[in-house]
Design a protein around this ligand. Sequence first.
Ligand code: DX5
Ligand code: ZN
Length: 217
Amino acid sequence: MSTRINPSILTADFANLEHELGRISSADLVHVDVMDNHFVPNLTFGPTMVNRLQQVSPIPLDVHLMIDDADRWAPGYAETGAFSVTFHAEAASDPVALARRLRQIGSRAGIALKPGTYIEPYLELLPEFDQILIMTVEPGFGGQSFMTDMMPKLRRTADAVAASGLDIWLQVDGGVSLDTIGIAAENGANTFVAGSAVFNVGEPEEQIVALRAAAAS
Ligand code: DX5
Ligand code: ZN
């Protein structure tokens, strides 16, 4: 099973993002947290910024939309050429139609769930998605503590994906570190987003290597 490490640039130096991208060359994808100050109480990048990041990044972008009215705005992010676009289940009125639109534009379609949102209603829609993001913190900020109590939800999702036979990536985001990546992997995650654990602890390239090894052990 392949393991993907996707550093989140939320905790990178926003004044030097092109330089920061050069410090994570062994990453699988670059996780870009889009926040609108409505769905979450924080504000980051918009489509113009994501488009420019896409142009300068040697690594494909994994865009995580923490924005209201995803049905309206998510396609514009896929149109930047982003490798994957993940919207929140809580912010989309028609997740299936939106996922189909994202795929039609050429991006992988992802659905994300806040900690309080059950996965069960979405398990019958698995073929519509390329990846599922189980949040392990309340979305909005980097540097929070990993919610171990999300592991049963992660396991139920992993079991359903395995039973479906589909190649759907299972992603965790929030508080992923050398201490927590192992339990997420044990519960079926194969794609790991890490912000502080990559950018705030020593050399980012070394942290990516260490996280990859910890996920596999
Ligand atoms: C949180 C974001 C995360 C964040 C993770 O809402 O979606 O991607 O950057 O940061 P850490 O790894 O510091 O918890
Ligand atoms: Zn994220």
